[in-house]
Design a protein around this ligand. Structure first.
Ligand SMILES: NC(=O)c1ccc[n+]([C@@H]2O[C@H](COP(=O)([O-])OP(=O)(O)OC[C@H]3O[C@@H](n4cnc5c(N)ncnc54)[C@H](OP(=O)(O)O)[C@@H]3O)[C@@H](O)[C@H]2O)c1
Length: 259
């Protein structure tokens, strides 16, 4: 089966292409570097010739409100139009668990716009909503840092390994279209402040994490269950502690600059 992975050079895309190739499929890593651009349309018609499935794992280079909305709207419209023309039978897109609960953020308004365009199109689809990747956890702490203090709300989070995300997306891409949204998440639930404390401790990072009910998640006010999936979510296998010990073995501890 020919499967075009738009964003195939990214964190999830590169793992996904590898997994699909290992199963004997023709997986094409499509990205600007390989001459395929979902914004300008460059290379899309050629890439989609003979494709059965298109998987969209792109991300916007800018997360500024207007720019990210323009990116996901333009990219999704272009992809779906080319898929219709090429007779592609399955559009798979990666989105985020809780998107409709996080709409104070322009990023999530853009992801919702992407999902709505997919649902309104005539191309059969599967939308996969994932929780936060383990690889993204450090960024959450960094975003909420002021000096040597990290303030975060004591809400639930159920992160997952990028490798488990790619495995789930590969399975769903090879199955018939669901024409609905499916949620995927990690095997364990944490409190957000507790998760960042574990991450910093493993990196010998001296920043202090404070649970603060007034603090935001990535600039967004969140309720206790806003970030976690429903009970029917498909769960990944990798545990955070195992991933963290592997990840920190390879990376030297960051040195904090005095504030
Ligand atoms: N981070 C999380 O915790 C999380 C959780 C759930 C869902 N998600 C979703 O997962 C998706 C993938 O995330 P990721 O971390 O794998 O992204 P990523 O590593 O930033 O990769 C993004 C990919 O998109 C490509 N791209 C950018 N502009 C493009 C364009 N105009 N045309 C074609 N390709 C383009 C990039 O190509 P270049 O290599 O050329 O830049 C790259 O291959 C995102 O949509 C995100 O919303 C993320």
């Amino acid at each position: 089966m020919k499967i075009v992975v738009i964003g195939g050079t990214g964190l999830i895309g590169s793992k996904l292409v590898k997994k699909l190739c290992e199963r004997g499929h023709e997986a094409v890593a499509a990205a600007p570097k390989s001459g395929v651009n979902s914004i300008t349309g460059e290379g899309l018609a050629d890439a989609m010739k003979g494709a059965s499935v298109v998987v969209d794992v792109t991300n916007s280079p800018s997360w500024e409100d207007a720019a990210v909305l323009k990116f996901f709207e333009t990219s999704t419209r272009n992809l779906l139009a080319h898929e219709e023309a090429a007779g592609v039978g399955h559009h798979v897109a990666l989105s985020v668990v809780g998107t409709e609960r996080l709409l104070e953020s322009g990023f999530f308004r853009a992801k919702l716009a992407q999902e709505n365009l997919i649902k309104a199109s005539s191309v059969p689809y599967s939308i996969v909503r994932a929780t936060q990747f383990f690889e993204f956890v450090k960024g959450i702490g960094d975003f909420s840092t002021n000096g040597n203090t990290v303030r975060l709300p004591h809400v639930f989070i159920q992160p997952m390994a990028a490798d488990d995300v790619a495995s789930a997306v590969a399975r769903i891409a090879l199955d018939p279209p669901l024409n609905r949204t499916v949620e995927i998440g990690g095997p364990e639930r944490f409190r957000l402040d507790e998760l960042i404390r574990l991450d910093l401790a493993a990196r010998n990072d001296p920043r202090k994490v404070i649970a603060d009910p007034q603090a935001h998640y990535y600039g967004i006010p969140v309720t206790e269950n806003a970030l976690v999936p429903d009970d029917e979510a498909l769960l990944g296998e990798k545990h955070f502690a195992d991933w963290l010990s592997e990840a920190t073995k390879q990376t030297p501890s960051p040195q904090l600059q005095p504030a």
